[in-house]
Design a protein around this ligand. Structure first.
Ligand code: URA
Length: 235
């Protein structure tokens, strides 16, 4: 990507455009080893090696974080009363981060946070039917009949039935546990699907979204950057 030198450095948090202009004029910036004093100089972010005060400055266009969302925080960018998932991400370099899709306040698990709008659109597009896998604990016995009803699609009070969902019973008792794969992202979808078969969801955790799997080493509230391989798989 071609970009002005001052924008490159401002985007990466080295100062405001005017501070960077002053530093550039002082000779604090080199491009491929040569001092560059004109802030409007165009840089190729893939090829040119920029140094600011002797430190290499890599350009990061997009950032990708995997958060194990804890219960009690909201999947929003701003909220006047509640803690948002963005407040948990402490070391981002770029503005404009947002969560890809929403988890309810009491839901835990995988949440992708990025500033890549195109990728978010791709993952959330209703036409793409990206698989989302959840672990769920419900009150009551989950039965084979429930599995069949989920597999046919359920009436949850919307205009259309849900798409078929895969339900896999893990434990059956007064409190049952299961894994469910859904391919849409309707409001409170998992809770409403269980409600349609007469069961209350007590605990819900997202385990994966498309190719991206929650890193189980992350405790609720912890996050890490995606690896290059994870980003490639998603994109
Ligand atoms: N389905 C729900 O009911 N809640 C979530 O947070 C995600 C999916």
């Amino acid at each position: 990507m071609k970009i002005r030198l001052d924008k490159f450095l401002a985007d990466m948090g080295y100062g405001t455009r005017s501070e960077i202009k002053k530093e550039t004029a002082k000779g604090s910036v080199t491009v491929n080893g040569t001092v560059v004093k004109r802030p409007e100089t165009k840089i190729d972010t893939d090829k040119d090696a920029v140094c600011f005060k002797g430190e290499p400055a890599a350009y990061i266009q997009y950032e990708y974080f995997m958060l194990n969302k804890p219960a009690g925080v909201v999947s929003a960018t701003l909220d006047s009363r509640e803690t948002t998932v963005l407040e948990l991400i402490k070391d981002s370099r770029r503005d404009g981060l947002f969560p890809v899709g929403r988890l309810d306040k009491d839901t835990e698990g995988l949440l992708l946070i990025t500033n890549n709008g195109e990728l978010a659109h791709h993952l959330l597009s209703p036409k793409r039917h990206v698989d989302k896998v959840y672990f769920v604990r419900v009150r009551g016995q989950v039965t084979k009949d429930d599995e069949e009803r989920f597999a046919k699609g359920l009436d949850i009070g919307d205009e259309k039935k849900t798409l078929p969902a895969d339900l896999r019973i893990l434990n059956c008792g007064e409190i049952s546990e299961a894994e469910i794969i859904i391919r849409e992202g309707r409001f409170h979808q998992v809770k409403r699907m269980f409600s349609a078969v007469g069961k209350e969801v007590l605990y819900l955790k997202r385990l994966s979204m498309g190719a991206l799997k929650l890193d189980e080493r992350l405790a609720p509230g912890q996050y890490r950057r995606l690896t290059e391989e994870e980003v490639e798989k998603l994109c």
